[in-house]
Design a protein around this ligand. Structure first.
Ligand code: 5GP
Length: 126
């Protein structure tokens, strides 16, 4: 079920539990403010989720309430992870789903990195 991105932060969401170490994950990058790990149900040969460690429900919440420093660090880190994995050439895709129309399922901001193959049309119509 898509989440409502205007709801308060739910500290029992699955990514909060991953951050607390209650659920295992395949970490590919970690620092004091960001965690990146492999998606459990990959939609491309490389599918990484990048999340801030702060409690942000969605991209909307993050861009409204996080500090400029946090936002800059998060965005720079996504670029760094992609570079370190060799995704820049031949290319990759970023995606953040927000709310009902975006199809966001987990109420903790996450950016998807897809890579490793031609990624097809920008929006799937099914
Ligand atoms: P959304 O639809 O909210 O943008 O994407 C949520 C993503 O989280 C999905 O791609 C889903 O496969 C992934 N996911 C859900 N639960 C877990 C989990 O427990 N571990 C990992 N690694 N990924 C998860």
């Amino acid at each position: 079920m898509p989440i409502d991105p205007t709801e308060p932060y739910d500290s029992d969401n699955i990514f909060a539990r991953i951050l607390r170490g209650e659920i295992p994950n395949e970490t590919v990058y970690e620092d004091d403010r960001v965690l990146a790990f492999k998606d459990i149900n990959p939609q491309a040969s490389n599918h990484i989720l990048v999340i801030p460690k702060g409690e942000y429900v969605s991209w909307d919440d993050f861009t409204k309430t996080a500090s400029d420093q946090e936002i800059a660090h998060f965005i720079r880190t996504i670029g760094k992870i992609a570079r370190e994995h060799g995704f820049v050439e031949p290319g990759y895709r970023l995606l953040a789903n927000i709310g009902r129309h975006g199809g966001q399922e987990v109420p903790h901001l996450h950016v998807h990195i897809f890579a490793g193959e031609p990624l097809g049309p920008m929006i799937a119509r099914g």
